[in-house]
Design a protein around this ligand. Structure first.
Ligand SMILES: C[C@@](CO)(OP(=O)(O)O)[C@H](O)COP(=O)(O)OP(=O)(O)OC[C@H]1O[C@@H](n2ccc(N)nc2=O)[C@H](O)[C@@H]1O
Ligand SMILES: Nc1ncnc2c1ncn2[C@@H]1O[C@H](COP(=O)(O)OP(=O)(O)O)[C@@H](O)[C@H]1O
Length: 282
């Protein structure tokens, strides 16, 4: 059996507005998701042992039952049309809980890969619906198109945006998404954008609160702002600076303080996972 190797790309929230709070505690968002050509790598190999989902590689810190890769595979099991288990090897490159969606992207890549390997024959919309049960960010990775999201992130309106280079910096702190969304000081009443909005008029509604709670994030934003327009992605802690070309981004990466991790990447209108899966199917 051949091994199917796919990326689980990072995402950036180029802006993130919170428009309200729903009765279930989740927040109504308006956010622009784009994908980067950098991410985790997952290798899928079918095994003879039915009912068996094995995860190897960089998973030591995540208990199996909580691993979004395992959860995604388990959710798809009832739909499989072949008698086979799967071994999934994870090469983790994205900071965990950093706002670049690594866990959600791993889950989406697993749904897409196993839908093919296990011949589940689910449509992308059906997979996205299943993905929403794993996390608010999973559907956008399943659909794989740069998009403005509404609702809790599941109503997606594809959008064409220019291609740029990004320097993404992960300060050495972990921001809990749940903590930010339950904090009394989070602004929750940004009006929906009207037609004709400009990216430069947008922001990240979590940023002021996260800066206050995590001084390392404030330091990172201040440092990056010396070089380029900068924002935080998601609920943090990663921050990104936008550049017109690779060389400019690389020059700044080379001067990054040593306690911060960073990488550079370009945004793509389609997730690289989708491109790789199409190439494998043809
Ligand atoms: C807000 C975003 C923007 O991308 O933050 P990041 O996780 O990327 O930082 C995401 O939508 C997060 O998505 P994801 O991380 O999948 O969220 P979930 O696991 O479903 O929810 C984590 C917690 O965030 C809160 N939550 C999440 C999404 C949302 N629209 N409203 C919320 O209030 C809920 O309190 C929930 O307990
Ligand atoms: N395969 C996985 N990769 C990363 N995080 C995972 C995974 N499975 C479960 N998690 C959990 O999900 C949380 C959020 O992960 P992640 O998607 O990286 O965050 P964010 O959306 O903030 O970028 C992590 O803190 C971790 O506990």
């Amino acid at each position: 059996m051949k091994t199917l190797t796919l990326s689980a790309p990072a995402k950036l929230n180029l802006f993130l507005h919170i428009n309200g709070r729903r009765e279930d505690g989740y927040h109504e968002l308006e956010t622009l998701f784009t994908f980067l050509d950098f991410g985790d790598e997952l290798a899928f190999t079918l095994t003879d042992t039915n009912q068996n989902i094995i995860i190897t590689g960089d998973t030591a810190d995540i208990p199996l039952e909580q691993n979004l890769i395992y959860k995604a595979a388990k959710t798809l099991e009832p739909y499989k049309k072949v008698t086979a288990g799967v071994e999934i090897h994870l090469n983790k490159k994205l900071p965990m809980g950093g706002g670049v969606g690594g866990g959600s992207s791993d889950a989406a890549t697993t749904l897409l890969a196993l839908n093919t390997l296990w011949q589940c024959q689910l449509t992308i919309s059906e997979l996205a619906k299943i993905g929403l049960g794993l996390g608010a960010d999973v559907p956008v990775f399943v659909k794989g198109k740069t998009a403005v999201a509404h609702g809790i992130g599941e109503q997606l309106e594809p959008m064409d945006i220019p291609q740029k280079w990004y320097l993404v910096v992960a300060p050495p702190v972990h921001v809990s998404t749940a903590l930010i969304f339950t904090h009394p000081d989070l602004p929750r009443a940004t009006p929906k954008l009207k037609n004709g909005w400009k990216l430069s008029d947008t922001g990240n509604d979590c940023q002021t609160l996260v800066k206050k709670l995590y001084p390392e994030v404030e330091k990172t934003l201040t440092w990056l702002l010396k070089y380029a327009p900068t924002k935080m992605t998601g609920t943090g802690a990663c921050c990104f600076a936008e550049f017109e070309n690779r060389e400019a981004a690389l020059r700044v990466l080379e001067t990054l303080p040593s306690s911060w991790q960073g990488f550079i990447a370009q945004n793509t209108s389609e997730s690289i996972c989708h491109r790789q899966l199409r190439a494998w199917q043809n």
